[in-house]
Design a protein around this ligand. Structure first.
Ligand code: CFM
Ligand code: HCA
Length: 548
């Protein structure tokens, strides 16, 4: 066995990139950062939201997944029809574990169905619009739903089926049949290839839902403090726990985008007093459009982590500024923290000092670091699959090219790929100058400012890098998704899925934090992993360990 030498984080990076062809290494270099401390990182750029290098096995998904699966997936009373080959509908059927309240009395639930036009070769050659008309008609005849949404997959764009024309035509036809039953029908040009990742799909979904549904029925429900929760998708029941806490505090949820949501909620979103944005990456467009159209302000919240939950509740209470609410929120926090503290007192001695890596989506790689911190664990490497630079860097100066409510353009999709159009993260000094000049900016924590010196930040990590990182740095737990799960576990490291939570959850709010502590304790302290032999245990390829 060669002697093992300790590697610094910079050497880890070099060790990984040197295996690439020069051109690939040059590209990955811009997406692979070593944290150099808070001050140095204020001016460091990371490249994000750019095309994956062909040939590399990425973690990413497609634009259709971001639109149909992520944003509209959790809507229970909209019939979501996939216009495409059956695999697209089938493989996006319930895998995300977005849950719904089956006991809700007033809304239909189509979530357990998989609607698809099942396009075949015949439709590719002769066009699939007739099949789509037929599918919409069938869905209407069977369910008489409040709304039908149509989602385009890759072949639809390639052959040129006009999904919007079908939506318009069928809406007119079906609304003429029964004047007592109004059905809203709209379509999404969310072909899988349309963007570099799921992210483009979020944007397309946000624009269409804003155009066709939001503001349609502006009836204000009862409630003194009326909020919308944006970017919370009820994975593993997270939204149920958040709603429990909000209810306890006396805060009324007007509308949810889109965990446990209803069509009616979307339609009345414009009457809320405040928008709370949980996953900024997927829904900031809707928050911006509501701010422009109705002047509803938005704040960033995070209900992942007990401390973050408390902080977010305080932020909401501060916004309303009502003493009664502020006091009630403090009472709820004190009551809920008893169980949180008792669990931590038991678990923390066993988890303190352990290390984690998180490579997930566009917000959880950041949010879940709060839970690890509460457990006394260190996040030694993290990154997003498809987030944009503002999610890494935190501060966002409202871009020059803005998504405006009238044109609903999707230009913002492209600006970050063109450095000339991008507003990089600003230093404190620059922010002061901009503010003095009357610029608007939103400030919220990003992943990089919340990480420590000497950690690794990697955008759009791939399977090769994942394996090498594990080999060198040997984290106690790796957080990612189903594509990585078994490959990582075969290397002897437990993988916690932070997408669908494996079979667990909720992890949001106070009760969710307790669930997470217990789960992570079980995973990082299980002896089973030491029995697994990674390939390098048998045939060592690298002669180094991480200095950590
Ligand atoms: Fe937002 Fe999400 Fe995420 Fe996301 Fe996703 Fe997801 Fe995710 Mo999977 S909306 S960015 S596109 S928090 S589906 S609920 S888990 S990659 S980190
Ligand atoms: C998606 C959905 C996904 C996939 C998760 C995974 C999810 O992006 O299409 O790769 O395990 O959360 O279900 O992100």
């Amino acid at each position: 066995m060669p002697t093992k030498k300790a590697m610094t984080p910079a050497e880890v990076k070099e060790e990984i990139l040197k295996r690439y062809p020069t051109k690939v290494a040059r590209k990955r270099d811009k997406q692979f950062l070593v944290h150099e401390g808070p001050e140095a990182m204020q001016t460091k750029d990371i490249q994000a939201n750019v095309r994956t290098i062909p040939g590399i096995i990425t973690q990413r998904g497609c634009t259709y997944a971001g639109c149909k699966g992520v944003i509209l997936g959790p809507t229970r009373d909209i019939v979501n029809i996939t216009h495409g080959p059956i695999g697209c509908g089938f493989y996006s059927w319930l895998t995300r574990r977005n849950q719904t309240d089956a006991s809700a009395p007033d809304a239909a639930n189509y979530m357990t169905y998989c609607f698809s036009t099942d396009m075949t070769e015949h439709d590719i050659v002769f066009g699939g619009m007739n099949k789509l008309r037929q599918a919409v008609q069938e869905a209407y005849d069977l369910f008489k739903p409040r709304a039908i949404a149509i989602f385009s997959t890759c072949p639809v764009g390639l052959i040129g089926d006009d999904v919007h024309a079908v939506a318009r035509e069928m809406k007119e036809k079906l609304n003429a049949i029964d004047p007592n039953h109004k059905v809203n029908i709209f379509a999404f040009s969310c072909e899988g290839y349309k963007g570099v990742s799921q992210s483009a799909g979020h944007h397309i979904a946000n624009n269409q839902i804003f155009t066709h549904v939001v503001g349609e029925e502006m009836k204000r429900p009862e409630g003194k403090y009326l909020i919308n929760m944006l970017g919370e998708y009820n994975i593993g029941g997270d939204a149920f726990e958040i709603e429990r806490i909000l209810d306890k505090c006396g805060i009324t949820l007007n509308s949810s985008f889109s965990g446990n949501s209803t069509y009616e909620q979307f339609a009345r979103a414009g009457v809320a007093d405040l928008n709370c944005v949980m996953c900024h990456r997927s829904i900031n467009y809707v928050a911006d459009m509501m701010e422009t159209k109705w002047g509803i302000p938005w704040i960033k919240v995070n209900f992942i982590g007990a401390k973050s939950t408390a902080k977010s509740l305080r932020k909401i209470a501060q916004y309303f500024g009502d003493k009664q609410l502020i006091d009630r929120v403090e009472e709820v926090i004190a009551e809920e923290m008893k169980n949180v503290d008792a669990t931590l007192a038991d678990v923390k001695p066993r988890t303190t000092g352990k290390t984690a890596m998180l490579f997930v989506g566009g917000s959880r790689a950041h949010h879940y670091q709060d839970l690890f911190k509460e457990l006394g664990m260190r996040s030694i490497g993290a990154g997003y699959e498809f987030a944009h630079r503002d999610d890494y860097e935190g501060r966002r100066v409202i871009p020059d090219i803005k998504v405006d409510a009238d044109s609903r353009n999707i230009e913002e999709l492209h600006i970050e790929q063109d450095p000339a159009n991008y507003n990089p993260r600003k230093t404190d000094e620059e922010l002061k100058q901009l503010e003095a000049a009357g610029f608007e900016f939103k400030e919220y924590a990003g992943l990089i400012p919340d990480m420590d010196k000497d950690t690794l930040i990697i955008d759009d990590i791939n399977s090769w890098e994942t394996e090498k990182l594990i080999e060198i740095m040997k984290p106690d737990i790796f957080c990612a998704g189903i594509k990585e799960k078994y490959a990582v576990e075969k290397l002897g490291v437990p993988l916690k899925q932070l997408h669908n939570y494996d079979m667990g959850g909720p992890y949001a709010g106070f009760k969710g934090a307790v669930n997470y502590y217990l789960e992570i304790d079980r995973l990082v302290n299980s002896k089973i992993w030491s029995y697994l032999e990674a390939p390098w245990d048998k045939e060592p390829e690298l002669s180094a360990t991480y200095v950590g």
